[in-house]
Design a protein around this ligand. Sequence first.
Ligand code: UGA
Length: 439
Amino acid sequence: MKIAVAGTGYVGLVTGVCLAEHGYNVSCVDIDNEKVELMNSGIAPIYEPGLEELMVSNMEKLFFTTNYYDAYRDADVIFIGVGTPEKLDGSADLNYVYSVALQIAESIEKDCVVVIKSTVPIGTNEKVESIIRKNLKKNVNLSVASNPEFLAQGTAVQDTLYPSRIVIGVEEESTGMILKEVYQNFEAPILITNRRSAEMIKYASNDFLALKISFINEIANLCEIIGADIEDVALGMGYDSRIGSKFLNSGIGYGGSCFPKDTKALHWLANFHDYELKTIKATIDVNENQKLKLIKKSRKYFDSLNGLTVAILGLTFKPGTDDLREAPSLVNVPIMLEDGAKIKAWDSAGVNNFKKVFPDEITYCKTIEDTLTDADICFIFTEWEEVKNFNVLNFSKLMKTPIILDGRNCYNLVSVQKSPILYDSIGRETINNLEFSFI
Ligand code: UGA
């Protein structure tokens, strides 16, 4: 079976590489020549643990090209894994998907199944099928299937090799059989449903996880007010298997390329059909406020950050990635700069990307120690292992005033209790072991 994949971002490239690992010959198509050259020389264009190694070890089964005709012409299955970014109104931009559909129509010379892996609004599979059919150059049998992707950045390879489930949305049984064959060596439950349900499963899954995060963040905010501890509350809730313990980490809100975009896109879609998804609206609103939580907390200690040295630990939207999309840091840094703060920042992987947005306004440090030296206040935006393993006692040794605002609850309060610092985290008691008090 010959497979082609359109797009070599997180979804496309990881899919292509993992299918090659399962023995298939896979042609990966991208419009970006530079990216294609990089991949042909064995370099993964995205930061994703384990991806490059797996790519290199399957190089003889992988073909990277900008020539879509060569890739699609005689493919049995073509996966579409291109981006569906957010438009200004919150809806999903499907231009990349549609342009791949046109290229497929122009190219295919034998019967094939087109599989949409990108996250697309409900009804898109039908539109793609009609675009391809209208523009077909050769008389071939074609079917379009939905097969949403559930990988998370940072664990993308593992999530794809060992998926929690494989969802296949088809309108004919025969197409379902072909996709079942593609996935025959993957050990995961396979759900075969119709295309609209498969498209909905993807949005509903992401939006439910986002809702879970916004819910726990609201409970955390209330815990701070009433004197409860969110870590214990989440632990106590998570023992109930109906609730589950995952995605109950409170913090300064979710970011990334999926939850913010997919919550807005589903909300937009519902509105379009004259229905308001109230839970999703609340999820989005809570998250926007949550991203400002630490800046608001800082006002308890300083009226303004003007003239202060601010240390930032973590810039990416989560650890294990260099991706900054919708990261809380991107909302907070402009406010700090407008306030007149002098910012020093550290991140394990995201500095180069952050420099593209803020080339000169920030001093980028190579170590956590350098970042903290002489700082008046520290903001933690990402729970990198380096931050979690950092000895709490060192904050007071390095900083001018060791005030730590932790947006990811990196430290155990017991270890913090023993340190001469002020530690204000999310949904927990503020520990103030400094000799002065504020306001
Ligand atoms: C998410 C989903 O987890 C994947 O299943 C899905 O396939 C993917 O979107 C997608 O649609 O492509 P991802 O955005 O890579 O994956 O990252 P997550 O690990 O889900 O984290 C998203 C955000 O939620 C991060 O900012 C993270 O810090 C935050 N988060 C996560 C919390 O604030 N609390 C938690 O308990 C968990």
